[in-house]
Design a protein around this ligand. Structure first.
Ligand code: FES
Length: 158
């Protein structure tokens, strides 16, 4: 009897033995790397599970816990910090009711901080679902959250 093809099988067909692209596809589909998928990847590629975890935990873009539908990342590196990056992180944290590294209970938002995104000149920076927003203010960050919540934005600041 033929067994049903799993998503990991599909990924392995697409990427062969290349672990990172397989993990990227799994991360994209589930928004994190489920433990069962990691075990299946290890079996499929015939490599030790610890090696799969080694890669999965090395890169910040991978997560072993479910993330929210929207991921907000605030840069708190030195250049952004002196322009209010930490204040932005606090504002978003207070608005969402979560700390950096956490996800809201409704799984809508995750908040993360990072120490430099390599574009200090436009800081402070907030990245929302991969889109960079430079020269952020607290008001603009709140407006951005409203936009992602699907709420009407009534701020006059652009
Ligand atoms: S410190 Fe924020 S982008 Fe470099």
């Amino acid at each position: 009897m033929a067994t049903k093809e799993t998503y990991v099988d599909e990924c392995a067909k697409r990427h062969g033995d290349f672990l990172i692209p397989i993990l990227q596809d799994i991360q994209e589909k589930y928004n994190y790397l489920p433990e069962d998928s990691l075990k299946e990847v290890a079996d499929t590629l015939n490599i030790p599970l610890r090696d799969v975890y080694g890669v999965a935990t090395f890169y910040r873009s991978f997560s072993l816990v479910p993330k929210g539908e929207h991921v907000f990342t605030v840069c708190i590196g030195t250049a952004c910090h002196v322009r209010g990056g930490a204040r932005l992180a606090k504002t978003i944290s207070r608005e969402l009711g979560i700390q950096p590294g956490e996800t809201t209970k409704d799984m809508q938002f995750s908040l993360e901080t990072v120490n430099c995104l390599g574009c200090c000149a436009i800081g402070p920076i907030v990245v929302a679902d991969g889109q960079y927003h430079g020269q952020m203010t607290s008001q603009r960050a709140l407006d951005l959250l409203k936009k992602y919540r699907g709420e009407k934005n009534d701020s006059r600041e652009s």
